[in-house]
Ligand binder design. Sequence first.
Ligand SMILES: [Zn+2]
Length: 277
Amino acid sequence: MATDAHCHLSDLLKQFPYAEQERRYLGLACAVSAWNPKDFTAHEELAQHALQDKAPRIFLCFALHPQVPAVVAAQHGSAIPEFSTLLDFMETLAAADRLHGIGETGFDLYNQAFRNTEAIQEELFRVHLDLALTRQLPLVLHVRRAMHKVFAYKQALKRLPGVIFHAYSGTLGEGEALLRQGINAYFSFGTALVLGRKESIRSCAGLPLDRVLLETDAPYQPLRGRTFSSGQDIPIVLKAVSRLRHDGGPATWGESHESTLESVIDRNFYRAYGGTG
Ligand SMILES: [Zn+2]
């Protein structure tokens, strides 16, 4: 059974109504992230149905995405509304044991609009980090052009059961440094590998295999010629990883190597999200 360490199933379903059938057909367990109650509720229902049907599991995450302040500011002008209702909702979920992870949270300093909200991103990040520490849940991170911000929190991150870097965009050296610091970090890779992004390729080839995860970030990271990403991209990403890595399987190439890689990556997934298949 394959695994997708980060996706937005509810958003994907709006574009691709057969997404859940596809996921089950592919035997894909996944971790889903929502940032509003409506999407979370939809995810939770899907997860319950999957459990009842003994279908591949869905692991549930919630957080205010670091891009939300900029998106909201663009819609409402300069006055950013209170996020406390959403944060309260998240705390209620965590207290009731309804979450497998806090995410995606983090820092997005990719462009000026996002950089304008750096202070509020930081404020929100701290709330998420505190909750993850209190509840001992893994943290799912979205980090763009902001690895320095992550390193500033390394002492706290060390005390988490896991830190999952979705669409890891740091360098190989930064990833290795996080592990050396004693952070239980996992690095998730998606279609960027297939699209030839050099830094992702270097990181995925060089980081320890027991730290590597696969993801689609569905629907948001489509391959060329597609309008959305979905579960069917996981085998394609796995192939890309298999070409990059010579460990984790027999020296002969092909399917046996890929299936060995897949089972190692699946084990990483369940370790990262604290669950079982
Ligand atoms: Zn995402």
